[in-house]
Ligand binder design. Structure first.
Ligand code: ASP
Length: 307
């Protein structure tokens, strides 16, 4: 049997996504218990191998693994032999040789988790690769929307902001559309991907036109660390035209949800107060992320003999 991995949302398909969301329900229940821990992955070891910064994803995976009673190893480039120039391949093969069961990889290069999967015997989970994909973010976003609004089929979701540099946008376009949502990308022309060919989405440059029709507005962080050229005249201008300001948020329907993957630049892509509106489910996204990652780890590792 080949080792199961979670590298892209596309690997799951609509049925696979729905299955993860269904399993997540039971782990939300576990997370709400006085002692939020089950023995499902006792004896398993999960490693987080992060070559890029992270707050939410790393802590969320580590919490998820611990709640399933797995052992957790944490690898940071800083303080490791990678900082001495050890290659990715040598690093992961060293970790794999210690007998680990899953490796959560974050890397600045698109495709790195696929390479890692080809070198090791452990299950590999993509924790974000460059501009490419962030599948567990998409799964927790689908879970959050489904819990708040029911099935995604027919929902109108606007993804707003720095689409070009966003792995979250790429995974979410796949996941939302696989589940039947109608997705509209809203961004200035310089922050749209160069081509939308093959993306089953609409695109707009007019946020005020899109907001009243949206069931969900998904705001992306302006990823200045990934912008090598000047793509915006100024931050102030960006906020004026594409920021989810207090005035703009009033254009949203009564039941519309406001989402953001974090970290937020309050006052840039989203007004500080809008991030705390009752319509904002940003902290629910984080809470659900732990249960969804428990589901992913359990589905990848839980069916083996000592699981
Ligand atoms: N935390 C998300 C990511 O790692 C979104 C972001 O950084 O803006 O892709």
């Amino acid at each position: 049997m080949t080792t199961p991995h979670l590298l892209s949302v596309a690997d799951l398909g609509a049925d696979g996504i729905s299955e993860v969301l269904d399993v997540s329900d039971s782990f939300v229940e576990v997370s709400e218990r006085a002692i939020p821990k089950v023995p499902a992955l006792r004896g398993k070891t999960v490693v987080s191998l992060f070559y890029e910064d992270s707050t939410r994803t790393r802590l969320s995976f580590e919490t998820a693994a611990r709640r399933l009673s797995a052992d957790v190893m944490n690898f940071s480039v800083k303080g490791s032999s990678a900082a001495k120039g050890e290659s990715l391949r040598d690093t992961v093969q060293t970790i794999d040789a210690m007998g680990v069961d899953a490796i959560v990889v974050r890397h600045s290069s698109a495709g790195a988790p696929w390479q890692v999967a080809s070198w090791v015997g452990a299950s590999v989970i993509n924790g974000g690769d460059g501009w490419h994909e962030h599948p567990t973010q998409a799964l927790l976003d689908c879970y959050t929307i489904r819990k708040a609004r029911g099935p995604l089929d027919g929902l109108r979701i606007a993804i707003l902001g720095d689409i070009k540099h966003s792995r979250v946008a790429r995974s979410n376009v796949l996941a939302f559309t696989l589940l039947g949502a109608e997705v509209t990308l809203v961004a200035p022309p310089t922050l749209m991907p160069p081509s939308l060919e093959g993306w089953p989405v609409a695109a707009s440059y007019d946020l005020d036109d899109v907001l009243p029709k949206a069931d969900v507005v998904y705001v992306l962080r302006l990823q200045q660390e990934r912008q090598s050229e000047a793509l915006l005249p100024s931050l102030r201008e960006y906020t004026a035209t594409y920021g989810l300001t207090r005035e703009r948020a009033r254009l949203l329907g009564e039941d519309a949800l406001i989402m953001h993957p974090g970290p937020m630049n309050r006052g840039v892509e989203i007004a500080a107060e809008v991030a705390d509106f009752p319509a904002s489910v940003v902290t629910r996204q984080v809470a659900n992320g732990v249960a969804v990652r428990m589901a992913v780890l359990f589905m990848l590792l839980g069916s083996e003999p000592n699981g």
